[in-house]
Write a protein that binds this ligand. Structure first.
Ligand code: CTP
Ligand code: MG
Length: 239
């Protein structure tokens, strides 16, 4: 494979359990539309993007066979730029395993939740342009609802909405910076929710780019219903 022109690698996270959705299998394996598994929607965006040279698909050991079988069915064989890697108990561990597998050819990495099927090429483009000048860039959207800080069912305080943003993936980083952030978190024994937070803890700046309200994460059965409805409407519009 031609690697010198590759601009970034992606760590595509699919190694969760999907407990909040409560399906028998990991949610990323569930069919969404056209009988394609959920993980294949984001995967396809990165497969098509010429600047993406390597896709590190992080999966659970117990899902390995099913995922590889699905890839063979969808693409005839496991596409060349995909490397499957075993995830960890926590998301942070899954990203860390992905980081250990990154190609030496890439200078930048994106991290994306396979549970966000509505990622677009436009969003990837915005993020990639930004990371080239900032070294850390994350997708975010302004909060629509007021967010309150609550403890034991009592309101402690109300956060100032114009300054509250909801963070999404993909997130993009210079690989050396993200590796440094992971090393720092490991040394501190800190477990975060997403990558941006670990870079913040280094006191390094993290830039935002406009995310997409439709780039929501499928977390619960309601989200799955919404996603299926959205695909249905889009397919009808295309017909
Ligand atoms: N993920 C992962 N490794 C983990 C945990 C999560 O790769 N140890 C991935 C999930 O597969 C998902 C993404 O990270 O694509 C976002 O996580 P989340 O929505 O929390 O998914 P799950 O952990 O699977 O769901 P739940 O928390 O409800 O069990
Ligand atoms: Mg989870």
């Amino acid at each position: 494979m031609e690697t010198t022109s590759c601009s970034y690698s992606v760590i595509l996270l699919a190694a969760g359990k999907g407990e909040r959705l409560g399906a028998v299998h990991n949610k990323v394996l569930l069919p969404l539309a056209d009988e394609r598994p959920l993980f294949d929607y984001a995967l396809r965006v990165f497969l098509k993007d010429q600047r993406c040279g390597q896709i590190v698909l992080v999966i659970r050991q117990t899902d390995k066979k099913v995922v590889e079988q699905a890839l063979k069915q969808l693409y005839g064989k496991v596409p060349e730029k995909i490397v499957c890697v075993q995830g960890g108990e926590e998301r942070q561990e899954s990203v860390s395993n992905g980081l250990d597998t990154l190609s030496e050819q890439s200078e930048y990495v994106m991290v994306h939740d396979a549970a966000r099927p509505f990622i677009t090429q436009e969003l990837v483009d915005r993020l990639f342009s930004k990371v080239l000048t900032t070294e850390a860039a994350i997708a975010a959207i302004p909060a629509q609802d007021t967010i309150k800080y609550i403890r034991e069912e009592k309101v402690i305080k109300t956060l100032y909405r114009p300054e509250i943003w909801q963070v999404q993936t993909p997130q993009a980083f210079k690989i050396t910076l993200l590796k440094r952030a992971y090393k720092h978190a490991a040394a501190e024994g800190y477990l975060g929710n997403e990558e941006g937070e670990l870079v913040e803890r280094l006191k390094e700046p993290v830039a935002i780019v406009k995310g997409d309200p439709l780039n929501f994460k499928i977390t619960t059965s309601e989200d799955l219903l919404l996603a299926k409805g959205l695909f249905l409407v889009r397919n009808q519009e295309k017909a």
